[in-house]
Ligand binder design. Structure first.
Ligand code: 5U1
Length: 670
């Protein structure tokens, strides 16, 4: 490297800042992580040997400053407003009507719609493009100065980009923690016996309000900016959506799901779209915000007390509610795993009455310090089984009871074992245990396994209790008469069931393997095993060593597979199933990989795996993974915070997969 040390340092800083921006804000890195690390280390080395050139705005300084004794108060130049809430469509229509009345118009109002992040509101003050202060909202008038802490967040630029940056700019945004980072933080905290955060919002707020900014630096926070509090030395554009575009151009991060709609009906459609997306987003949102898009109209509408008349938050139904644990029971799954289930005082959550919530396992009970009789917060998100989030310890009474792991199975009374290092306790009864039998049969018949429609939980329970079946193979020797005689089962339903059972005999090897319910063999592994071994016989004879040559199969899974096929009752059952007529098409030796000929581009962060892993998995299925989008791209996989590649894909009409659909594709392989 040529030039004076100072010049070298400056050049490296500029280069690293640009790469930071491309990586964290645009999600369009130009260089590999390794190359970035190399530049960063180079700068660090130069700064260590020449500390006289270290500037507070060097990218190496995003590690936090010296701890504070307390936070300084900051009076906001322009108050940080809060938002009125709408809970129903009627509330939204009334909001729109109020606006049109106030503006004396019958014309539709254009709105800018944004997701409402569940985080911590922050004001960022930039002078001549330089971040000079960050403050929390506080009471809206006076907040706390958290500049050092906010400067540790990588998506907050220290220096704005572009020629048209205003002299003074106060930007408003929400600091948040992704769901994944939140879980990771709590897992780490648990391992160290430290405080657990109840939700990502608390985790974000707790992380920003740290007197020691090095602690904030260690927390994976991010920001989305959603508006301007103050601007000097520049005329703002006419619309809020254009203001957001300016923020983006200056290097600030704006939520990619922001959209402009023509009228209030567009707002309601946007709400539905975001509600459907909510669970698949990598961060929590608790609703959406509608803002009158024309700034001139915003000005005419003004404020009422602390909230603007021109904006409203349309909240999603609460996903959490408070109740009491009345009892705890243990359920036995198909692998014998015992799951503690809290019987709750019924409570309304997200439009449904919830009376049971999973407590996962004993470790989780200890971690959350849950007792029978505790007041708790329960959460029901999407289709996920309700869970106990936290205990409200301030409401704890003296007659709470400890939750004990039973020594014997509540169903078959066999001993319970808990292998050291495993969170899950199991019943040792195996097929003696009717709960395990029922679950194994239900799994065998389920949609993604043998797909026997109608043979669900209730019917399996009836059939096992009536001793008509005791294993999966017995399904195929059930008689019409036996089925028709069951309660709530007429001739017609029995016939439908028989048709379904008959149909299930024609299947595929991956489905059959998955249906067997071998521990740790999910759909994806079953598919890999089938592709690798091609026949059931070859798989049955495989050693642990050979099995580990298969993608996704490690020593634990290999041991489970060998153990399963070693058990004589399992071999007998397979024989009976094949004798009953279950068959599948032969897997050809020259089988073509399912994604052959397809090109993928990855953008954004995936929750379930790194980009490298995603690439590897795609390539194993025959796909090519490219770095940039073109008309030849088959799919763009967009994780959280996708960058410009997503826009390009949309522009070119290339199919876009979110993480959920991408995972489905990996499982299905087509
Ligand atoms: N997305 C978004 N969140 N949020 C919160 N926009 C937004 N706007 C806000 C608030 C409090 O307030 C302005 C409308 C003043």
């Amino acid at each position: 490297m040529s030039g004076s040390i100072k010049e070298q340092i400056n050049k490296l800083r500029q280069e690293i800042n640009e790469h930071n921006y491309r990586y964290h804000v645009l999600d369009d890195p130009l260089i590999s992580d390794a190359e970035y690390d190399r530049l960063f280390q180079q700068l660090k080395k130069l700064e260590t040997t020449h500390p006289e050139f270290i500037l507070p705005d060097s990218p190496t300084q995003r590690v936090g400053a010296a701890p504070l004794k307390s936070f300084h108060s900051v009076e906001h130049t322009v108050p940080m407003l809060s938002l009125d809430n709408a809970f129903t469509e009627h509330d939204v229509m009334a909001f729109d009507q109020r606006i049109r009345d106030k503006l004396h118009t019958t014309h539709p109002i254009e709105y800018c719609c944004e997701p409402k992040l569940d985080g911590l509101a922050i004001n960022l003050r930039y002078e001549k493009g330089q971040l000079v202060q960050a403050a929390t909202r506080g009471d809206g008038m006076i907040g706390e100065e958290v500049t050092d802490n906010i400067k540790t967040i990588r998506t907050v630029p220290w220096q704005l980009k572009g020629e048209d940056v205003p002299d003074v700019l106060e930007v408003r945004g929400e600091v948040f923690m992704s769901k994944k980072s939140f879980n990771q933080l709590n897992d780490d905290a648990q391992a160290k016996n430290e405080k657990i955060f109840a939700n990502p919002r608390n985790a974000a707020a707790g992380s920003v309000r740290q007197l020691d900014s090095k602690i904030t630096a260690s927390r994976p926070l991010a920001i989305f900016c959603y508006g301007i509090g103050l601007v000097e030395g520049m005329k703002l554009p006419a619309k809020h959506s254009e203001v957001l575009s300016c923020l983006e151009r200056w290097g600030l991060r704006v939520n990619p799901f922001t959209a402009v709609v023509e009228d209030e009906k567009g707002c309601l459609l946007y709400y539905q779209k975001m509600a459907a997306k909510r669970d698949s987003l990598p961060y929590e949102i608790d609703g959406v915000v509608y803002k009158v898009n024309a700034l001139s109209e915003q000005e005419r509408l003004g404020f009422v007390s602390r909230a603007p008349r021109w904006a409203i938050a349309h909240k999603f139904p609460a996903e959490e509610a408070e109740t009491i644990i009345q009892e705890v029971e243990f359920q036995v799954g198909r692998t014998g795993a015992l799951t503690p289930v809290a019987r709750l005082k019924p409570v309304h959550v997200h439009g449904v009455t919830v009376s049971n919530a999973t407590l996962h396992n004993m470790d989780e009970i200890h971690r959350k310090d849950i007792h029978i009789g505790d007041h708790v917060v329960v959460r029901r998100a999407g289709d996920v089984i309700p869970e106990v989030v936290s205990v409200i310890t301030t409401k704890r009474s003296s007659d709470i009871k400890k939750i004990k792991l039973p020594t014997h199975c509540p169903v078959c009374h066999s001993a319970i074992e808990q292998i050291e290092g495993e969170a899950v306790a199991r019943c040792t009864g195996h097929l003696v245990c009717s709960a395990q039998r029922k679950e194994a049969i239900r799994h065998f018949a389920s949609r993604r396994a043998m797909n026997i429609e109608g043979l669900g939980e209730k019917l399996v329970e009836q059939l096992v209790d009536a001793k008509l079946i005791s294993s999966m193979a017995d399904i195929y020797s059930l008689t019409h008469e036996e089925a028709a005689n069951l309660e709530r089962m007429g001739d017609k339903s029995a016939q439908n069931l028989f048709d379904e059972i008959e149909k299930s005999k024609t299947t595929t090897l991956p489905r059959f393997l998955y249906a067997l319910g071998i521990r740790e063999v999910g759909e994806a592994t079953a598919k890999q095993l089938a592709m690798h071994f091609k026949t059931l016989e070859a798989l049955q004879q495989a050693s642990e060593e050979t099995l580990q040559q298969v993608e996704d199969v490690g020593p634990v899974v290999a041991a489970h597979i060998v153990h399963f096929f070693h058990e004589s009752h399992n071999r007998e059952m397979i024989k009976k199933l094949l004798k009953a007529g279950i068959h599948w098409p032969e897997i050809k030796v020259g089988y073509q990989l399912p994604l052959k000929g397809k090109t993928f581009v990855l953008t954004g962060t995936l929750n379930e795996m790194s980009r490298e892993e995603a690439k590897e998995k795609l390539e194993k299925l025959g796909a090519k993974v490219a770095g940039s989008v073109s008309s030849k791209t088959s799919y763009v996989v967009a994780g959280s915070d996708p960058g410009s590649k997503l826009d390009k894909a949309r522009g070119l009409g290339v199919a876009v997969l979110d993480e959920k659909n991408f995972l489905k594709l990996l499982v299905k392989g087509c």
